[in-house]
Design a protein around this ligand. Structure first.
Ligand code: ADP
Length: 473
């Protein structure tokens, strides 16, 4: 753990495993009640001075952390692959994406503008000032174990907040490596604190109830997000919630089905489907279903599964046994209700994969509404294809979900693309674009996918309070 600028062992610890092999790759402290209290107290005390620093001072520290991160890119990526499982190339991309947030918010720190508002009264002046929210509790997931940390911490620190980070129990080593970077960059003691913990619920409760913590920022499942949001609401905490998704991808009849299949296979199987913006329902016009499914199947079946540190690996393992069971359950349910399997459809245990949590990249067609996969987030390498007849039908089907994070469309007709962009109830829409994410672009969802935005100009607002000064002169 890292508390008040010092590394700290715990009274007990827990093991971290490599999901590609099942081997233990490290142990980390398991925070107890005293550690949690020490971290909150350190962040609270540090806030008094940190909030008085200038944006230029905070910016310089973020720049330094960015430089260190870029310099250590390959070591961080290798650790990520060992701890989380994604192929090394994907880890390198994630480390770069993670570093981008430090750079972006090092710049945004200097642009926290207030306002002077004209008053209707001659002898009055209005001044609007932005100030940091206070101590922030940050809970991050395992699927993007480095970029989800910087996406939260960079804007919080830029704004002048202090932070307690609680990373996912599957990926604490990446969080520890990031903390070494922040430590070396020279952030003052208490400004950033790290609690590794095996059972996260007590930390979540403290973040939502302790009066010294003013804001909770959470990325994870909708179920846990709702529980924490409920508790935070009764204590009037600010929250940002980045939760689950069930992204539709629509291939319109004017698009090239082979080109669309290429793009959607890339985004579907990225991170073994373990992304909240992963396409979960792929809608293809019935006239184009055949070439589309053929191309998607061919690409899925050619992906080589294995340890992401080896050459030529296209797809890594799922995170754990539970994830394999969930994915397999959805596939079996779909098959029992009439879905057709074009490739995959089972766990992979051959050729040295038996120690890990591998599932074959799978393409299903004939997916219909009664199947669980039609509504439940999958978080696995399953591409369910659904055919449709009209634009009106497909927009209604795409919007028929409790989630509202990402959606994708393929169309070569600007009118169709614009109508779909306007009609889809999602926070992020890729139009012939399978990577609509960047530190400079607002990321977040509607409906049960969450509250608030990360990255972009909006990202720093989440950590700022608006203070009005009314001056009678
Ligand atoms: P997933 O199913 O993707 O693992 P979770 O929502 O369970 O999603 O986990 C995301 C993050 O939320 C992790 O850091 C995890 O430790 C944390 N988490 C899970 N349950 C709780 C809880 N009750 N209180 C606080 N944090 C939690």
């Amino acid at each position: 753990m890292y508390i008040d600028g010092k590394w700290k062992a715990g009274n007990s610890d827990f093991a971290v495993t490599n999901p590609a092999t099942g081997e233990v790759i490290g142990r980390v402290p398991d925070a107890n009640e005293h550690d949690i209290e020490a971290a909150v107290a350190a962040a609270d005390i540090a806030f008094a001075d940190w909030k008085k620093t200038t944006a230029y001072q905070r910016s310089e520290l973020l720049y330094r952390a960015w430089e260190l991160m870029v310099r250590q890119k390959s070591q961080l990526a290798e650790l990520m692959t060992r701890e989380q499982g994604k192929p090394l190339k994907a880890s390198l991309n994630e480390v770069q994406y993670g570093a981008d947030f430090l750079l972006w918010f090092a710049e945004e720190a200097k642009r926290m503008y207030g306002q002077i508002i004209p008053s209707a009264r001659e002898n009055q002046r209005f001044l609007v000032h932005k100030s940091p929210v206070g101590v922030v509790g940050a809970i991050t997931p395992w699927n993007y174990p480095i970029s989800m940390i910087t996406r939260k911490l960079a804007p919080a620190l830029a704004a002048g907040c202090t932070v307690i980070l609680k990373p996912a129990e599957s990926t604490p080593l990446c969080a520890r490596a990031m903390m070494e970077i922040f430590d070396e960059a020279g952030f003052p003691p208490g400004v950033i604190n790290l609690l590794t913990v095996q059972n996260p619920s007590r930390v979540g409760e403290v973040f939502c109830t302790d009066p010294r913590v003013r804001k909770l920022t959470f990325t994870g499942s909708t179920q846990v997000g709702k529980e924490l949001n409920g508790l935070a609401a009764t204590n009037m905490k600010r929250v940002s919630m980045e939760l689950g998704g069930h992204a539709p991808a629509i291939v319109f009849p004017d698009a090239d089905p082979v080109h669309a299949a290429k793009g959607l296979s890339l985004v579907k199987f990225l991170n073994t489907g373990q992304a909240c913006i992963s396409p979960n329902r792929i809608f293809v016009h019935e006239d184009h279903a055949e070439p589309f499914i053929q191309e998607l199947t061919s690409r899925a079946s050619r992906l080589k599964a294995g340890n992401g540190l080896e050459n030529g690996i296209g797809i890594g393992p799922l995170i754990n046994e539970l994830a394999v069971g969930k994915v397999d359950g959805q596939v079996k349910d779909a098959i029992s209700r009439g879905a057709k399997v074009h490739t995959g459809g089972q766990r992979l245990t051959e050729k040295g994969l038996s120690g890990g949590y591998f599932y074959a990249p799978t393409v299903l067609s004939g997916v219909t509404e009664p199947m669980r996969i039609y509504r439940e987030e999958t978080f696995g390498p399953i591409a369910p294809v659904i055919t449709y007849r009209s634009e009106k039908d497909v927009i209604a089907m795409a919007n028929d979900t409790e989630y509202g994070l990402a959606a994708y469309i393929y169309s070569n007709d600007i009118g169709t693309a614009m109508r779909a962009f306007e009609a889809l109830d999602f926070g992020i829409i890729g139009i012939n674009d399978i990577n609509p994410t960047s530190a400079a672009a607002p990321f977040g969802g509607l409906k049960n996918s969450g509250l608030g935005r990360e990255g972009a100009q909006e990202g720093i607002e989440e950590y700022l309070e608006t203070k009005l000064g009314g001056f009678a002169i």
